[in-house]
Each structure stands twice: as C-alpha cells, then as structure tokens.
Design a protein around this ligand. Structure first.
Ligand SMILES: Cc1cc2nc3c(=O)[nH]c(=O)nc-3n(C[C@H](O)[C@H](O)[C@H](O)COP(=O)(O)OP(=O)(O)OC[C@H]3O[C@@H](n4cnc5c(N)ncnc54)[C@H](O)[C@@H]3O)c2cc1C
Length: 338
C-alpha cells in the first residue's frame, strides 16, 4: 500500500476546496484496511474516511490520514421467494450501481438515481430522494472497527436510520469503516411515483408503461434540470437538512407566513422546506467572494472557483443566523464538516 504525504484533496471533494491531507492512502481490499489499521505510526492520527467526497466540506488542511475506501465488486448473493439480496463494495459508484440493478431487474433504488458518491457513504445519511430512502431497501452492511480492525455486521435496525441520519453520522461517527452494503429488492416491488413532479415528468416523457428504467430516466431528467453539476459549479448538494418542527409551532408560523412550504413528517411533526426559509431571507443567488448560494436553489451553497472551506462555512453561519432570527428555527448542517 502506498501511503502518500501532503496529498491534495482538491480533486476528491465536490466543493473543489484546495486542501491537503498530511497522509493519504487508497485501500482496495478489506484485509488491506485491517492491515493498515495495525500500523502504529498512523493509529493515533485523526482519520478521514473518504468515498466520492460529495458530502464533505473541508474547512482547511487535514492534519491526519485520509483513507479512501475503494473496495469494489457487486453481485447477487442470495434470493428467496420474496427478495433478491445484492451486495456491493463500498467503493462502487452509487449511480452506476443503480443502473446495474435496473439492468438486472432489481427494482427499488430507481428513485435514488444520480445521487453522487459511493455505496459506502450511502448508509451514513440514509440517502434519500423522490420519496425513497436507502433504509427502504437496506438489508445489512459490513464494516471494520477502526480501533481494533475487527469485522462487524450491522442490520437495518442496528443502523438507526432516520431522515438524513444514521448511527454512523451521529454517536458512532468515525468508529467504523463501511466496506460493503447488501440491499434487499422485493420481487413484488411497487413503483413510487407520487413524490414532487415525478408523475408530471413521466407524463411529459410519454413513456408508456412504468418500469424502473423509465422512472430512473425521469428522475435523471428532473435532477439534471434542477441541480447544478458539481463538475461545473462546485457544490455538495443540499447544505442543510429540512428542519422538523412540532405541529403547534408550525401552526403559529403558518399564520404569519401562509406560503411557507411544508410536508407532513409524522402525526406530531412537520418538515419545513429549508430552501423556502433561506430564500425568504433573501439568500438565493447571493455571493460573497467565490462562496455563494446557487441562483436557482437556495439550499445549495457553491464554490464559484477559489473559495476555501471557511468562506463557505462562514456563509452558512450567516444563513443559519438569519433563518433563526426570522423564524426561530435552527438549521442543521447536512454536509459533513472536516
Ligand atoms: C449535486 C448533489 C446532489 C445530491 N443529492 C442528494 C440527494 O438527493 N439525496 C441525498 O441523500 N444526498 C444527496 N447528495 C449528497 C451526497 O451525494 C450523499 O450524501 C452521498 O451518499 C455521499 O457519498 P460520498 O461517497 O461522496 O461520501 P463522502 O462525501 O466521501 O463522505 C460523506 C461522509 O461519509 C463518510 N464515509 C464515506 N465513506 C465511508 C465509508 N466507507 N465508511 C465510513 N464512513 C464513510 C465520510 O467520512 C463523510 O463523513 C448530493 C450531493 C451533490 C453534490
């Protein structure tokens, strides 16, 4: 294994922040990860476990070791009367995996098409889009315990999945390196087209009968129109989570702001569109140097070129402060700060 020093992470994060990692290693096999974790020289250093780099904000140079997880491979590992079980390495690209599933006839991840990043990070925040979350198809994952190098398996319940959250993003952050993920695809899958403008897009496409492939194409069409491509305008998707508040608080806010965009979250709570709150505070399209808020999407912070991590972080603090002042609501960061 090649352990590199003072390694530039600019090409490895979708914000394209110029920052160096003191050490960097790319590991292809589970055994290699375990061997690496035994090397005394690096054991005490802070670790950054890296996938596709599409959900991190590098606040500066990283004085530790970046471990890029490149474990590959995807296969049908078993099936029963009701399900196919498909396992994939943490280093596999998520969207390529979605296309592979569609090609093989495994339906359930088509709504999650075109989400950037790798398989290994998908459980981290229980990726979600168009009414589907990873937890809906998740079976189990394999990981390595960072302190001991021992392998460990997590079931769906063990992961404590929630909206853009899991045990790996909260109390167990940094304690495990995810090496593979196994998804469970129902043989009686029911397509979900009720979210947002998916139905309209399908009608406009005039695609005829529903299939995972057609839904995936519709999702890709919408996403390509709506979201800035990180290769052209550097960003990490939604910077903040949509806040969830109790019904009573929402009723009070709704009296004052009748147009406030919201979705039912549970019997007791309402999920607010963070983009609407930020837009209402006048941030959409604002720019401070090379750090800015995308002109079409208030939830997406962008690096227009030479912005560093603290420029973007400071901008995010200003945004959160103004939302707090106006609505009394705390915005929580979705992006992982490094
Ligand atoms: C344009 C755009 C659109 C997006 N749209 C969506 C969307 O619709 N829905 C959604 O949920 N997300 C979305 N995202 C966010 C992002 O794509 C997902 O969070 C994705 O899962 C991140 O994968 P990654 O491999 O790039 O993770 P990274 O950015 O590399 O890592 C993210 C976090 O996971 C940890 N991590 C990574 N790999 C491992 C591993 N193997 N083991 C342990 N920890 C690990 C990292 O340490 C870090 O804390 C979007 C991002 C962009 C840029």
């Amino acid at each position: 294994m090649d352990i590199l020093e003072n390694y530039s992470l600019r090409e490895l994060n979708s914000f394209a922040i110029s920052a160096n990692s003191r050490y960097f290693v790319a590991l292809d096999e589970v055994q290699e990860i375990q061997e690496f974790l035994e090397i005394d020289q690096y054991r005490a250093l802070p670790r950054l476990i890296l996938g596709g780099g599409s959900n991190i904000l590098l606040s500066g140079d990283f004085d530790g070791i970046t471990i890029k997880v490149n474990v590959m491979g995807k296969e049908l590992v078993s099936e029963d009367d009701d399900y196919y079980y498909v396992k994939a390495g943490a280093g596999e690209n998520w969207h390529q995996f979605v296309l592979y599933c569609i090609d093989k006839g495994y339906s359930g991840v088509e709504n999650l098409s075109l989400i950037p990043g790798n398989l290994g990070a998908a459980p981290m925040q229980n990726i979600g889009a168009y009414g589907v979350e990873l937890k809906d198809v998740f079976h189990e994952l394999e990981a390595v315990i960072t302190e001991s190098g021992e392998p460990i398996t997590f079931s769906n319940n063990d992961c404590v999945f929630a909206y853009r959250n899991s045990i790996f993003k909260s109390e167990a952050k940094g304690r495990f390196i995810i090496t593979s993920v196994t998804l469970r695809f129902s043989k009686k899958h029911v397509y979900n087209t009720s979210y947002g403008n998916l139905e309209q897009e399908l009608e406009a496409m005039n695609a005829g009968s529903l299939s995972a492939k057609v839904i995936s194409e519709a999702v890709c069409n919408i996403r390509n129109r709506k979201l800035p491509n990180p290769a052209e305008i550097h960003n990490a998707g939604s910077f903040f989570k949509n806040p969830i508040i109790p019904n009573e608080q929402f009723e009070q806010l709704k009296e004052q702001y009748p147009d406030m965009v919201s979705f039912k979250s549970s019997e007791t709570d309402v999920k607010l569109a963070a983009a609407w709150l930020i837009d209402f505070c006048g941030w959409k399209g604002k720019r401070e140097g090379d750090a800015g808020v995308h002109e079409n999407h208030a939830l997406v912070l962008v690096n227009y070129g030479k912005s560093n991590g603290s420029d973007i972080l400071n901008l995010s603090f200003e945004i959160a402060e103004s939302v707090k002042k106006k609505f009394g609501i705390d915005l929580e960061r979705e992006v992982n700060l490094v």
